[in-house]
Design a protein around this ligand. Structure first.
Ligand code: MTE
Length: 314
């Protein structure tokens, strides 16, 4: 994401997405330093500290595309609660204490409940789903998430007939999330979905990646993943889910309504006001590739938007 420090039109996409070059340089340097020490770069070392999740089944919804390496998934992040640079979350998110963690679900539901996240993980069948994450800044990754359908949790609280939307909130605690001391966004970070989007089987709550619990920088201990939407919808470190009658306010929509719509479906035909959305750079690739409508999940989700003007509801 980008904060508007310069005037609209001042920033060109070429300036803001040098990430594959940045990352390959970074990983190259890491490799070079390790080689100089006679070591091989072993991403598994970083993973080893995190608890393994399981058992889990493989999901038929997964893409067969090549996965983005663990190193890149966990060192190139957007998580403004820890700073605005891509490397800030990996460097600074150690102040977050993801366990124990409560998740409250209330609002227009018959059975409001508070879940302990580890209890939820222990009692819920987990799946590994390899999904693309496409950021509005025009880079993308392929991540083996571990999680479960959001719909399974929503069904447990029994939405009432009035529930039309689902509102999500990140933890609000500037001690754990020092970036919240700066007014870059309205805190806590908020996101929302229409109820039918939230009930779609592709929308998941992720509790891990690469077979282990989520690293803090990726939204520990529980986050949303909505693969047909731009990455900013996939809110991290969720403490509260509320079912509502009205469309909820969302952090990016409040910050810059002309740039970040409520729907935020990946759409190569609807540009961001300051750059094109027609292409993307898969992290690790040199050449850019065409962005696919709904991030390639159109067969599954296009019917959610039939009859809607996606330029207006961007
Ligand atoms: N959630 C919170 N709470 N704060 C954030 O700044 N950034 C969003 C989203 N969720 C963000 C967030 C954006 S812009 C993206 S692209 C994804 O997280 C990035 O997820 P990743 O770091 O796991 O790749």
């Amino acid at each position: 994401m980008l904060i508007r420090i310069r005037r609209a039109g001042d920033v060109r996409e070429s300036e803001i997405t040098p990430e594959s070059l940045y990352l390959s340089r970074r990983l190259f340097l890491a490799g070079g330093a390790a080689a100089a020490l006679g070591l091989s770069v072993n991403p598994a070392r970083a993973e080893a500290a995190l608890r393994a999740l399981g058992p889990m089944r493989k999901s038929a919804f997964s893409t067969a595309e090549e996965r983005t390496p663990y190193e890149a998934v966990t060192n190139y992040n957007n998580f403004y609660e820890f700073g605005l640079d891509k490397e800030d979350p990996a460097a600074k998110a150690h102040s977050l204490q993801p366990r124990p963690w409560s998740l409250r679900i209330d609002g227009e539901v018959a059975r409001p409940q508070t879940f302990d996240v580890d209890d939820l993980i222990a009692k819920t069948p987990l799946e590994e789903r390899i999904y693309r994450l496409r950021c509005v800044e025009a880079w993308s990754m392929v991540v083996p998430w571990v999680g479960f359908p959001l719909s399974s949790l929503l069904s447990r609280v029994e939405p009432t007939g009035k529930a039309k939307y689902v509102a999500f909130e990140t933890l609000h605690d500037p001690m754990q999330m020092p970036g919240q001391n700066k007014e870059v966004l309205e805190w806590p970070y908020r996101e929302g979905l229409r109820l039918d989007e939230a009930m779609h089987p592709l929308a998941i709550l992720a509790v891990g990646l690469y077979g282990r619990v989520l690293p803090n920088q990726n939204g520990a201990p529980i986050r949303l993943v909505v693969p047909w939407k731009y990455g900013f919808k996939s809110i991290k470190s969720i403490v509260r889910i509320r079912l509502t009658e009205r469309q909820p306010r969302t952090a990016w929509n409040v910050a810059a309504p002309d740039e970040y719509g409520f729907y935020a479906n990946v759409n190569p035909d609807v540009d961001h006001p300051r750059w094109s959305q027609a292409k993307e750079r898969r992290i690790g690739d040199f050449f850019r590739r065409d962005t696919l409508m709904f991030n390639g999940y159109g067969d599954e989700v296009a019917q959610l938007y039939s009859g809607m003007n996606l330029r207006r509801y961007f």
